[in-house]
Ligand binder design. Structure first.
Ligand SMILES: Cc1cc2nc3c(=O)[nH]c(=O)nc-3n(C[C@H](O)[C@H](O)[C@H](O)COP(=O)(O)OP(=O)(O)OC[C@H]3O[C@@H](n4cnc5c(N)ncnc54)[C@H](O)[C@@H]3O)c2cc1C
Length: 426
């Protein structure tokens, strides 16, 4: 296997297949050698680019990163409460360029799966042999009555990271003592399933220090959520009646907002808030919904062994944009999927069958700046779907000591540093 090192495969959690299957046809491009174009320079896209470059040095790899700067969403909830600087979350793609990956700071606007072309926003066109889409999500505030792009500043979500995080941090600072803060959670699926509850925990921690008479309400369009028993036990013990969670069955679904009054409206109640953080419903970013890739469902169906689209198999979709249940939409999962996808593309271009894929995820959630809980799982991918490996899934223990919760926060910081280094070399 030219260009492959077995220890890299093992490090990525991949094993070579015992039997070779019929070889896939080798792709060719107009420039003479195989070219892989990757759209999106976040955790999924950057990881895919680096692993492909490492495993298949003969490939030409182009990474389309958009025109915006990139700040990681992981750890952005700490920025909201002033426990971390936004600048510390910004990553660059300089290391990828130094490694020979062509980084293009442009936006992909469309692609043609039949002629294998990608259109960029400067009018140029790229030919590709394999296209990998890792564009993340798009939020849909307009799906909520009374809401829209113009009222996002009024009801900030900061669910795409970046400068909006600083705006939400300032809004939290402006909440008066005795005020009401609301967080509304959309119906799943959405980016980072534990993210709203981590945010609620950190908001509650900050309010307890700085606005001790303020209250926090979570209006939830779901009845259950990841690690809910751990979050609920912590909220009850640490915040009592000052933090209220209202699930779907009790009327937690947000029906309407009133931007003029800053109020939220459910089937049963009207909430006059001092700060309402409305996390909108979501779908795959626009480029992943072109060419019928999402079949009108908002998310893209894939073959989990290769992350090839079920609609156009030469196009791969990884990260938040893909349907990869029961994996959550997380940076950890996006990077794991990127390595599996990179291995599948590298082997296909060598005329070989994809390796057996092992997918992994751990989601850490901070309860306070210094304590955390986690959910973890490993998964086997088959053409039929993704299934948890028996004995690998689980949450932090309910009866963990404070020292153990502190150790978990240390693991979270360690994961973040390692994931950044792996994806961006930064
Ligand atoms: C508050 C919060 C906390 C979180 N905490 C964690 C955590 O602790 N752990 C964890 O694992 N996950 C966490 N996540 C989830 C994590 O951020 C996402 O799951 C992850 O970023 C998904 O990676 P991705 O590569 O699919 O998308 P992204 O990281 O969003 O990257 C996509 C990139 O593609 C770009 N793009 C989109 N369209 C185009 C186009 N047409 N052309 C060019 N570029 C384009 C986007 O601008 C973006 O830069 C958190 C999320 C939030 C909101």
């Amino acid at each position: 296997m030219r260009g492959w090192r077995r220890r890299d495969l093992l490090a990525a959690g991949l094993a070579l297949p015992a039997l070779a299957l019929p070889a896939a046809a080798r792709a060719t491009s107009s420039n003479g050698g195989p070219r892989v174009v990757i759209v999106g320079g976040g955790f999924g896209g950057a990881t895919a680019a680096r692993y492909l470059a490492r495993w298949s040095p003969q490939l030409r790899i182009s990474l389309i990163v958009g025109r915006e700067r990139y700040w990681t969403c992981p750890f952005s909830n700490l920025v909201l409460i002033g426990e971390r600087q936004l600048a510390s979350l910004e990553v660059s793609h300089a290391r990828l360029e130094a490694e020979g990956i062509e980084v293009l700071r442009r936006t992909a606007v469309d692609f043609d799966p039949h002629h294998r072309r990608l259109d960029l926003d400067d009018g140029s066109e790229l030919a590709w042999d394999r296209l990998v889409l890792a564009p993340g999500i798009e939020v849909m505030p307009e799906a909520i009555e009374g809401h829209g792009v113009d009222s996002v500043e009024r009801f900030p979500h900061a669910w795409l990271g970046g400068q909006a995080t600083s705006h939400l941090a300032r809004r939290l600072q402006a909440v008066p003592d005795g005020g009401l803060v609301a967080i509304s959670v959309p119906e799943a699926p959405y980016r980072c399933p534990p993210g709203p509850y981590e945010r609620a925990s950190l908001f509650a921690w900050w309010l307890a220090q700085h606005r001790p008479r303020a209250r926090l309400v979570i209006l939830d369009a779901n009845d259950r959520f990841t690690k809910d028993d751990l979050f609920q036990a912590h909220w009850q013990a640490a915040h009592g009646d000052q933090l209220q969670w209202i699930g779907r069955a009790d009327g937690g679904s947000l029906r309407r907002v009133d931007p003029r009054r800053g109020s939220l409206h459910t089937d049963f109640d009207d909430w006059a808030t001092d700060l309402a953080c409305v996390i909108p419903p979501q779908r795959a970013a626009a480029i992943a919904r072109r060419a019928g890739l999402d079949e009108g469902r908002g998310w893209c169906a894939i073959d989990p062994v290769t992350f090839a689209s079920r609609i156009h198999p030469e196009v791969h979709v990884i990260g938040d944009a893909a349907i990869a249940n029961p994996m959550p939409k997380s940076a950890f999962a996006a990077a794991s999927q990127a390595r599996v996808c990179a291995a599948a593309i590298a082997t296909a271009l060598e005329g070989k069958a994809p390796p057996q894929a092992l997918l992994t995820n751990t989601c850490y959630s901070l309860l306070t700046p210094e304590t955390a809980i986690a959910v973890t799982g490993s998964y086997r991918a088959t053409a039929q779907g993704i299934e948890p490996l028996p004995g690998t899934t689980g949450n932090s223990p309910a009866d963990a000591s404070d020292a153990e919760r502190r150790a978990e926060a240390g693991h979270a910081r360690g994961w973040y540093a390692a994931a950044r280094a792996d994806a961006f070399g930064d």
